[in-house]
Ligand binder design. Sequence first.
Ligand SMILES: C[S@@+](CC[C@H](N)C(=O)[O-])C[C@H]1O[C@@H](n2cnc3c(N)ncnc32)[C@H](O)[C@@H]1O
Length: 504
Amino acid sequence: MARLGESGLVVFVPYAVPGDELEIDLAEKRSSFARGRILRVIAPGPDRIPPRCPVHFAPGRPEGASCGGCDWQQLGYEAQLKLKREIVVGCLRRLGGLKDAPVLPALASPREWGYRNKVQVPFGLHGPRGDVVAGFYAPGSHRIIDLTECAVQPDLSVRMLLKAKECLRRGAAAGAAPWIKHLLIRLNGENKALAAIVTKSQTLPPQGRMLSEELRKAFPEIIGLHHNVQPEESSVILGPYWRKLWGADALEARLGSFSFMLSPASFFQVNSGAAQLLYDEALHFLREGGVRFDLALDLYSGVGPLAFWISRAVRSVVGVEENHAAVEDAWKNARRNGVTNVEFLAMKTEAAVSRLAKRLEGRVVAVADPPRSGLSPAARGLLRHPAIRRLVYVSCDPATFARDVKELARFGYKLLKAQPVDLFPQTSHVELVGLLDRVLTWDTASVCRRHVSSQGLTPVSRDWLFSSKVQTRVDVQQFLEIRIGEGHLDLALLGRLSGLTALH
Ligand SMILES: C[S@@+](CC[C@H](N)C(=O)[O-])C[C@H]1O[C@@H](n2cnc3c(N)ncnc32)[C@H](O)[C@@H]1O
């Protein structure tokens, strides 16, 4: 980002690096901002490096001719980490209303390259001869940039893609239509793969069966091939219909001390090494201060990794996940890993709210890992429940995370720490985990203290404050509603003021 001359207009310049001196043209100008395109790097910023990928953006290359896959390859890795932290700080300031957000330095991915365990690559036809192309889209378009190598993928998935393209080119030469939309490839750390051919049509054409057989012959590493049907023309890659063509239903992937069976449609973090760091941090936050929780909610639980990670630190875990295949995987994964204190509900979080609310007793911690849209209003409503003392929030979008932090402050949640973890090296995508604890306010503290003295109960314990008997009283009800007064008062401070035992 730069500012333009005297007007101070903000100019966003994709592929710029802090400290660059650039010649740009203004590709787009609006009243509040402009977008620039780099024509020439006059003097590179200190962190600018040559990108590895041959189809990465290069100054002067025509718009739409470079791959939109990894937008930060021109930035040194240390600088990427620094910038990701700054993005989180910026979002929390602008959207979360936090001036000095407690954001820790970003944790590096164990691998900077070759880390992706899953790709979904679009296929199409280009040019007057209708050549088959496969690769990622140019930025902001659906134009496929043909891929010949890809440094964020392991070698196996690149070889599979190139083989599929070669096979389809032979088919296309015989006049075949672009019947395939995407090829999905999922790998585990042991060089095994599960793949899926995504088509618009319900039936796989003869060329599809040929592709399936050629891949089977060429790659003993592929343990199963599936067919997915996506009849819609939308940005959602996978459709609702699945059929196994041959081989295994699911791929086994190891993460930490757990083993996961993954169906082709189930969500699983794409960078296994960094995901392990992320889950370790989530567990660390859950245990912060040595608090023991009776129940943990794992909202948006996928195939269960967070549930398993935290299962040793709490009495029981209830996961909620809308994808039925992922929930089936999660139950199987629980059995195969001998984790007996977890259960999973196959439904939307929004639909599970009243069912979950009835079960919230004792000390409850919530763990949430929503999609980019963040927590829905209904999910935030559930977090208002007084039994929930702590939220460990895993986010892949710092903007919606910051919005939710602000919204949750109304229910007494305070962000104590945010830890970015780099799951997506060479790209601007940011992943983080936040620790939010329930705090009291001056307002509610005085209600509590009045209540405490009117009852002649001093000192009182935190458990007393949160016990169900007390929740029915009007004054404590007010406390539980947690209306934010001017300043926050955390439980430790309240403990000193009124004789309450602090949370930590
Ligand atoms: C970012 S993933 C996290 C999954 C899991 N925690 C993990 O680490 O692998 C988000 C998950 O939320 C699920 N999901 C999306 N919207 C949902 C909703 N409204 N209710 C429940 N699950 C939802 C998706 O299917 C996906 O599995």
